[in-house]
Design a protein around this ligand. Structure first.
Ligand code: AFP
Length: 336
């Protein structure tokens, strides 16, 4: 008889031994809780059009994005879930300018969670994939706990994402490989379907918003020109796939290899302007991809070594198959 599938809760418990002792139980509780919140978000997304939950809430968030009703609802739902986990000392969310301190869970064991509850929300009105991205760090007893999130991404002790697509998939790491689960809509349970994901060394697909081509760094432009120049023996041209939701583009890259890139806007070379947020988009995805054998770079350095100076800081990212990311860095070094 086939073995019963491993549930997310069982898997997280089995990973506890790999975590620093003081955080093992807290991380298991937080990741398990994010899985439960994700199942609720998946349900809400499926019913959103029927319940008049699509469209704008009015106003913009701290990053200047127009806020959707589901962004607000996702933030409140995630906050309630993390509060209930009992282990979260601070919550940093795309939808809140300042960290939300949760005093009852302070102390050395308290965790800081950075999260984009509904990432890619501009896809919602056209029924295309969206996601949740999360990152967990130790607070080390700091009060307030929020500033503990500003260290380099190497301080993350867990990270992952949920993709709400044809199926809902949760992928996470605690620093010992990257593992994927599919939501069983009948039971609300996430079941292990992608154990120990390994990204191919090189891919055949790249994902980037090519509409921004003329505002990129010259090395970035030269690299994309190279990817689309035919050379059969070298496996080029690469195919272009881009969904507008980082989670969907990273998930494809993780499974099939290749690249996801969101480079900075270099229209003013003295002041390059990246778009994606470091704490709850770039750093957690960097951790997940590295743990699957991939690489995550800014074009000139490792993403996980970037330190944030503020909570909603932005960073450039080129992530994916290690050989492809290495190639991108070579073009940045050459500059053309
Ligand atoms: P929204 O949540 O505002 O839709 O932004 C999504 C996102 O942060 C990320 O998920 C995408 O990769 C990226 O922005 C898409 O940005 P462009 O629309 O500029 O390509």
């Amino acid at each position: 008889m086939a073995d019963a599938p491993v549930t997310l809760s069982e898997h997280v418990v089995s990973q506890q031994a790999l975590l620093p002792t003081e955080h093992a139980r807290g991380v298991a509780a937080v990741v398990g809780r994010i899985g439960r919140v994700a199942a609720v978000i998946a349900q809400e997304l499926a019913h959103a059009a029927l319940r008049d939950r699509l469209g704008y809430a009015g106003g913009t968030n701290v990053s200047g994005d127009e806020v959707k009703k589901l962004d607000v609802w996702g933030h409140e739902t995630m906050l309630a879930g993390l509060r209930a986990s009992g282990g979260v000392a601070a919550f940093i969310s795309e939808e809140s300018k300042d960290p939300i301190e949760i005093h009852e869970a302070g102390g050395a064991r308290g965790l800081v969670v950075c999260c984009d509850p509904v990432d890619g929300s501009s896809n919602l009105d056209v029924n295309s994939p969206v996601g949740t991205i999360f990152s967990v760090r130790p607070s080390r007893g700091r009060i307030p706990a929020g500033p503990a999130a500003l260290g380099p991404g190497t301080e993350q002790i867990a990270a992952g994402y949920v993709m709400y697509g044809p199926a809902t998939v949760l992928v996470y790491t605690v620093g010992q490989g990257t593992h994927g689960f599919s939501l069983d809509p009948e039971t609300g349970e996430f079941l292990l379907t992608l154990p120990d994901i390994r990204i191919p060394r090189r891919g055949t697909v790249y994902g980037i918003n090519e509409g921004n081509f003329y505002s990129w760094h010259p090395g970035q432009r030269a690299f994309v020109e190279y990817l689309r120049t035919p050379d059969k023996a070298d496996g080029r041209p690469y195919s272009l796939r881009y969904s507008g939701a980082m989670v969907a583009d990273v998930h494809r890259t993780l499974l099939h290899g290749g690249l996801f890139m969101y480079p900075a806007d270099f229209s003013d070379p003295a002041k390059p302007k990246p778009k994606l947020r470091l704490l709850y988009e770039v750093a957690p995805m960097g951790f997940v991809v590295e743990q699957a054998g991939g690489r995550a770079s800014t074009g000139t350095g490792r993403v996980l070594e970037l330190k944030a100076e503020e909570y909603h800081q932005r960073a450039a990212v080129i992530l994916g198959s290690p050989d492809d990311v290495e190639m991108a860095e070579q073009f940045y070094r050459r500059g053309t």
